[in-house]
Design a binder for this molecule. Structure first.
Ligand code: BG6
Length: 485
């Protein structure tokens, strides 16, 4: 009988980031402007309650930001200057013993407007250097092709992923990076958290919401185009890199029923289906029947063409990746399907504590998610984001972040339990392994890292890096393959 021995020997311990939240250098090396370069800092506490999703842009705002950038702060333009400091940062990851580093490639570094025929060589050279640096330490890059950004020209010209024109443009980009890095990168993810299109059209799909008639229709149309682009990228990856491992990814927000009332239970099933729709398509290669019922109930008419069926079928992924931060409570109510999978669950789970940004902390929810995902797909899973955004205090070069250690420890324990339950888990890359700019609020003060970066929300600071207590703790976790928590 097979005995439980903990995480696999080749378990990919590491950390995760995204280009637009770390690189900075937003106009260097021939990079074009990205959608994320227009995520102006807005006070997330303006309404008296923390707003976790200020990263949305209207056509009016885009015009204003383009004409008068000097009046605004755009933190994603400066990131944490990884572009110039990647050697120091990767050396710190290596010191913690990382086996894997999740990062994304900025599409606009490779194709500044998305429309060029030829890629931008200096953009390609930059990622060559980053991957070479990882290789020096035996760190496997896990590369996201699209993490919440794209050339802004594609928003201006096509209003983002609502247009099918983006599919071949993305395929061209994917083929270029796959070809270029085929000997350096084995692990890939096509799109970050595609299900978040339902939360923010601009963040996920580069769509200016005020220019569409129906946001729900736009979200599903954009998702369909991303499914096609993702499937074509998977197909290309398999042609170009024979031993590639390429996955899809969602923001996994498990819905619990509010009560044992059958109506609430049913709502939880339906909410979870709406999240599962994304990996269902990408892992199985076709649209599940429930989504057609949902489209018809909501009067959605998605342009899906006959030739799309083969594309989806030929581009199924090897593994399913998730980010996991919280669970959600579902209740039978009119607007329930709109609330499915959102950050702002209207009903609080009385059993869970909240983070400083009001995110419910639910380690067992991670175990539940992993079990259910593995039952459903029978494909390896990857927890490629998880973590606690918190305020840290740097005192005499030290950060005592016991709260973060506690959070991560409890989540790793539950991952171990999931492995014991039979789940095939490939790796764990906690989010923001080095402090970075928040996606949702553009704050620097919402910190996730093992490494503190001296910079404030206004972009002031020395940018010096400091090891937090969690840095030394995580190093031991990795060295013991998760035995010593
Ligand atoms: C995930 C995103 O949803 O959550 C990341 O993939 C993001 O880009 C992370 O940073 C945490 O969210 P936030 O808003 O705290 O940065």
């Amino acid at each position: 009988m097979k005995k439980f021995t903990g995480f696999k020997d080749d378990f990919l311990w590491g950390g995760a980031t995204a280009a637009n939240q770390i690189e900075g250098a937003y106009l260097e090396g021939g990079k074009g402007l990205s959608t994320s370069d227009f995520a102006a800092y807005k006070d997330p506490y303006a309404s008296g309650k923390v707003n976790n999703f200020t990263f949305n842009v209207t056509s009016k705002e885009l015009a204003e930001y383009t004409m008068h950038p000097e009046y605004y702060l755009f933190p994603k333009r400066w990131g944490i200057d990884f572009y110039h400091r990647y050697k120091e940062d990767i050396a710190l990851f290596a010191e913690m013993g990382f086996k894997c580093f999740r990062l994304s490639i900025s599409w606009a570094r490779i194709f500044p407007t998305g429309l060029e025929d030829e890629p931008n060589e200096s953009g390609l050279v930059f990622y060559d250097a980053v991957f070479d640096e990882c290789a020096k330490y035996g760190i496997e890059p896990l590369v996201t092709m699209s993490h919440y950004e794209m050339p802004i020209e594609l928003t201006k010209k096509y209003n983002g992923w609502i247009s099918r024109e983006l599919v071949p443009l993305f395929e061209k980009y994917a083929r270029v990076i796959l070809e270029r890095y085929k000997n350096k990168v084995k692990y890939w993810i096509t799109f970050n958290e595609m299900n978040m299109n339902l939360n923010s059209l601009y963040t996920g799909a580069g769509i200016l919401e005020d220019l569409v008639d129906d946001s729900l229709q736009a979200a599903y149309q954009a998702s369909h185009h991303q499914f096609l682009a993702s499937a074509l990228a998977v197909k290309a990856a398999k042609e170009i890199i024979p031993d590639v491992e390429i996955g899809c990814m969602i923001n996994q927000i498990e819905a619990y029923a509010h009560t044992t009332k059958p109506e609430d239970q049913l709502q939880a099933v339906k909410s979870n289906q709406l999240n599962m729709f994304y990996p269902d398509v990408q892992a199985r290669g076709y649209y599940p029947s429930y989504i057609y019922s949902y489209f018809s109930e909501n009067d959605l008419s998605i342009d899906i063409r006959p030739e799309d069926a083969d594309i989806l079928q030929e581009g199924t992924v090897d593994f399913v990746a998730i980010s996991y931060y919280m669970s959600h409570v579902a209740e039978a109510r009119e607007d329930a399907s709109k609330l499915a999978g959102t950050f702002d669950s209207p009903i609080k789970n009385e059993y869970l504590e909240l983070s400083q940004w009001d995110w419910p902390i639910d380690p067992i929810g991670l175990r539940i998610s992993l079990i259910k995902l593995y039952d459903r797909f029978q494909k390896p899973l990857f927890v490629c984001e998880n973590g606690l955004g918190a305020k840290d205090e740097l005192v005499n070069g030290e950060v005592h972040d016991a709260y973060r250690i506690d959070y991560l420890k409890k989540h790793i324990e539950q991952m171990r339990e999931a492995v014991r339950d039979g789940v095939d888990l490939m790796g764990y890359t906690p989010w923001g392994c080095i402090d970075l700019i928040s996606c949702g609020t553009s704050q620097m003060s919402k910190r996730y890292g093992f490494i503190y970066v001296d910079q404030d929300d206004q972009g002031q600071g020395s940018l010096a890096r400091y090891r937090k207590d969690s840095f030394y703790w995580y190093k031991k976790v990795i060295a013991s393959n998760g035995d010593e928590l």
